[in-house]
Design a protein around this ligand. Structure first.
Ligand code: ADP
Length: 269
């Protein structure tokens, strides 16, 4: 690694808001209802991540990607092993670990503007951050819909609101469970850039599940490839390309081929 990289790493480590997130030998099993069987959603997963990283999780359905996010969010507990943030065990949800789900989870009784402002209001920080709400309305192109309720929006519009509602409070760890899956290609690419610019400004730790290999490479500093039965990590690939990335560069295409190759062989024992 070049000395610039070392300096950057040292700067991040010196920053007291730095977080180190670890999955230590994590297994998670679920009982199958009405069957005497168990699903091994994750089997002895070890993973270490820190602020400044953007981790993309890819793999076939059922390989445990969402389970990883839900464990880090503190929504579920491991069957074996532990999840820690700066050596403290995660034992429940925290505003420092903000999650965006596949389907938008807006408050139906609040307008678009009030949904976006909600986290700031809950933390008593709305007054000094009102311009952020305005900025977010512009980012998602919904200024004219600020007084509408979620039930009046399309699925894609609602998802954009859900995304910025989580981003606005700048959690230390940003958990993204296929946040852009429901968007059209053009909006999706805009949102990818917007998420990246917010992440680069604050250097949080971002952990994103996606089915889209190009999105994983375009956004990730690391791509974790998983496989199912039992859920586990089969590759941990550092993406050594500068931002903004060029989807048609030779380096990008090489990463795409490498990851698709790993995914192609996923499932073969
Ligand atoms: P992915 O996000 O990679 O598609 P998941 O993490 O959602 O995978 O699920 C991994 C495995 O665990 C799947 O076989 C899924 O059916 C099972 N699973 C996940 N959550 C539960 C649950 N709450 N109860 C029972 N089985 C579950």
């Amino acid at each position: 690694m070049c000395s610039d990289g070392r300096m950057e790493r040292k700067r991040i480590m010196d920053d007291r808001s730095n977080v180190v997130l670890k999955l230590n030998g994590v297994s998670k099993s679920f009982a199958k209802v009405e069957q005497d069987e168990v699903t091994h959603a994750l089997d002895h997963v070890d993973l270490e991540m820190e602020s400044g990283e953007f981790i993309s999780l890819v793999g076939p359905s059922g390989c445990g990607k969402s389970t990883v996010l839900r464990l880090v969010a503190g929504l579920i507990r491991p069957t074996l092993g532990s999840v820690t943030v700066n050596e403290n065990e995660v034992d429940g949800p925290s505003p420092q670990r903000g999650m965006v789900f596949q389907k938008s989870t807006l408050f139906p009784w609040l307008t678009v503007e009030k949904n976006i402002a909600f986290p700031l209001k809950a933390q008593g920080k709305l007054k000094e951050n009102e311009d952020k709400v305005e900025h977010m309305l512009d980012v998602i192109g919904l200024r004219h819909f600020r007084n509408d309720y979620p039930g009046q929006l399309s699925g894609g519009m609602a998802q954009r609101v859900a995304l910025v509602r989580t981003l606005i409070s700048q959690p230390q760890i940003l958990l993204l469970d296929e946040p852009l899956g429901a968007l059209d290609a053009f909006t999706r690419m805009n949102m990818q850039d917007e998420i990246l610019s917010m992440w680069r400004e604050k250097r949080q730790l971002a952990l994103m599940v996606t089915h889209d290999v190009d999105e994983a490479i375009y956004m990730g500093t690391r791509v974790i490839v998983m496989d199912a039965n039992p859920g586990r990590i089969i590759a941990d690939i550092r993406i050594e390309e500068d931002f903004p990335r060029n989807r048609s560069s030779q380096g990008f295409i090489a990463y795409r081929n490498m990851i698709l190759n790993r995914l192609h062989f996923a499932g073969e024992k």
